[in-house]
Every structure is written in structure tokens, then in C-alpha cells.
Design a protein around this ligand. Structure first.
Ligand SMILES: [Fe+2]
Length: 331
């Protein structure tokens, strides 16, 4: 059995993984090695895979049940990519036009991805693995890196008092809160409490290793039993800690076909918008997302009642989301 080669990119997490033969179906042995490496590193980089969408999806499906875009289709959203399992993370609209700064609604949505998050944590069932492939990258040197933070190590290093303070705290996760943080002017009239939120603990255990992580994405609007202001102060304090340079690894996309796999139950990530590609060059990124298959996947949400956020066509000025209104919290 051939061994994969793992080249660490950071002291505590992230490795480049070499030795997968992408031209053949992935064997169980290789899948098991990748899984084991993911449990250790939380992020794996596969360079120059040459994968197309179908094979990318087939690889992702080895690691758990895949989330998909079919709920978006049901509410009338037009998708650019033909496979519903493929999440479109590009700067290209469904009609294949480059998104520009003249489209403030789309820009506001994309800015939210530049804040620390765990993919789809605003849904009632959170994600496990995200696998993002650069289908068509912008020219080298025009930006678009991705940053990861080791939310396990960041938790381990917290002072004991803080660990005790946050043990058992429950965050209410809202996609709109994140978008409003990212684009406050654009969303000044939007009240996140008018939309559904999903409850996940702010310290969770990794389903395979049991390691704890700080699960404090910028989706957390308020914490059960705390005011909005106190909640935001605590989330900021925790994110300030977790986003110290020593916990961060920045990954550069080098060529089309590069693929990064990360574990949303171990790390958080953000897009880096310091580049000049935006509005000029296509950056066609495609992502599969599997559900967390572990016991904390549904957080404190009813596992029989799925809540999906972001089903509205994000690209209209009018935000329509056919969901229940959640009660306002008391200050
Ligand atoms: Fe993301």
C-alpha cells in the first residue's frame, strides 16, 4: 500500500498531501489515510489535482453525506453549476458574468466570507468537511488566498477561567449577522433577529478525536442568557485570541486544480480580500460540503426540523426568507 506524503505547513495544523493518484478511483486505503491525516492536521492541501466536478464530488462523498443546493433551487434560485452538490464560491454570476463592484448586494454577501467562520454553521446541522477546488484561478499575484486558524489549539491555550466561563455556552448563529458585520451600511435596515438562527455550542468536541475547538464563527449573534452587547464582546475576545498569528496559516492557490480540504469541526477560515483580481479576473472556486456526521452536528437544534439560511436569492435588494421569526432577546 502506498503511503501518502504529508508536508506540514504550520506547527500545529495544515499539511500538503502528496501521493494521491487522482486519475483513478480513490481506494479505501487512500481514503482512510486522508481521513487520518485530516484528524491530525484539520486542513490538507492537494496541489494540481486535475479533478473535474464529478470526480471532486465522488471524492467528497467518501467522507460523509453531502449537503447540496437543492433547497436553493426549490425557492427559485438560478445556479451556475449543473451539479447541486457543488457550491459556487466564485466571483461569477449565474449568467457567467464577472461580478463587479457595481453590484453591492453580491459584494456585501461576499465580504461576509472574509470574516472568520465555519462553513454553513448558521444552519441547524453544521458542516464537517469543506473541499474547495480552484477551477479557474485569477493570475498569480492578484490575491485570493485563504486563511485558516487552528481552533483546537486556540481552545487548548485559553486560560482555565475562560474555559470554565464558556463551557456549555450556546451561540445563536445567523448568516445575516455575519453579512451585516461585513457590510453595515448596506444592511443597516436588516435586523438579524427577524430571521432564523441556529444554536450550536461555542466549545465542541471533534467527532473522531474528541479534541475541543472554539466554535465561535462570526455568525454568532448572541449567546443564550446574555445580551447582544455582552455576547459580541465575548465573541470578539475569543476571536481576537484565536486569530493571533501563531494560530493562523495562510494558503496560497498556485494553479488551477489545487484543492483544499478542511474540517469545520476543527478549524475556522476566511477569504482574504486584499487582492486586485476582484472585478477584473474570474476566480472560479467550487466547493463540496459534507455534513458533520458526529453527535454534535445538530447542536441544540431539533434534528427533525431542518433550518437552512440564505435560501433567498441573495442577489436581489429585497430579502425574502420564508422562515419563522425568532423572539427578541432580553438585554
Ligand atoms: Fe467559507
Amino acid at each position: 500500500m502506498s503511503q501518502l506524503e504529508l508536508i506540514p505547513q504550520h506547527d500545529t495544523f495544515v499539511a500538503e498531501c502528496r501521493g494521491v493518484n487522482w486519475s483513478k478511483p480513490i481506494s479505501k486505503e487512500v481514503k482512510d489515510q486522508v481521513q487520518k491525516a485530516m484528524d491530525k492536521y484539520g486542513v490538507l492541501i492537494f496541489r494540481n489535482t486535475g479533478l473535474d466536478d464529478k470526480r471532486h464530488i465522488a471524492f467528497a462523498a467518501l467522507f460523509g453525506e453531502l449537503d447540496d443546493m437543492s433547497p436553493h433551487l426549490k425557492v427559485g434560485r438560478k445556479l451556475r453549476l449543473p451539479d447541486v452538490e457543488m457550491f459556487d464560491v466564485s466571483n461569477i454570476d449565474p449568467d457567467d458574468n464577472l461580478i463587479t463592484t457595481s453590484d453591492p448586494a453580491r459584494i456585501a454577501m461576499m465580504k461576509g466570507n472574509a470574516l472568520w467562520h465555519s462553513d454553513l454553521a448558521f444552519n441547524s446541522r453544521r458542516s464537517g468537511y469543506s473541499i474547495l477546488r480552484g477551477h479557474q484561478l485569477p493570475p498569480k499575484g492578484t490575491g485570493g488566498d485563504t486563511e485558516f486558524l487552528d481552533a483546537r489549539q486556540a481552545y487548548d491555550d485559553l486560560p482555565q477561567e475562560m474555559k470554565q466561563k464558556i463551557d456549555g455556552l450556546v451561540g445563536n448563529n445567523s448568516m445575516w449577522h455575519n453579512r451585516k458585520l461585513a457590510a453595515p451600511d448596506y444592511y443597516k435596515d436588516l435586523e438579524p433577529l427577524d430571521y432564523p438562527m441556529s444554536k450550536h455550542k461555542m466549545v465542541t468536541n471533534h467527532p473522531a478525536t474528541g479534541r475541543k475547538m472554539l466554535f465561535t464563527p462570526t455568525y454568532v449573534h448572541h449567546i443564550d442568557g446574555m445580551s447582544f452587547e455582552d455576547s459580541q464582546a465575548l465573541v470578539k475576545q475569543l476571536l481576537d485570541h484565536a486569530s493571533q498569528p501563531k494560530y493562523i496559516c495562510r494558503v496560497e492557490w498556485l494553479q488551477d486544480g489545487d484543492m483544499i480540504m478542511w474540517d469545520n469541526t476543527a478549524v475556522m477560515h476566511r477569504a482574504v480580500y486584499d487582492g486586485s483580481y476582484f472585478g477584473k479576473y474570474r476566480r472560479d472556486m467550487r466547493r463540496t460540503t459534507s455534513f458533520d456526521m458526529g453527535p454534535e452536528a445538530h447542536g441544540l437544534n431539533d434534528p427533525n426540523k431542518t433550518v437552512r439560511q440564505g435560501l433567498n436569492p441573495v442577489l436581489t435588494d429585497k430579502i425574502v426568507e420564508p422562515e419563522v421569526k425568532v423572539p427578541a432577546i432580553k438585554a
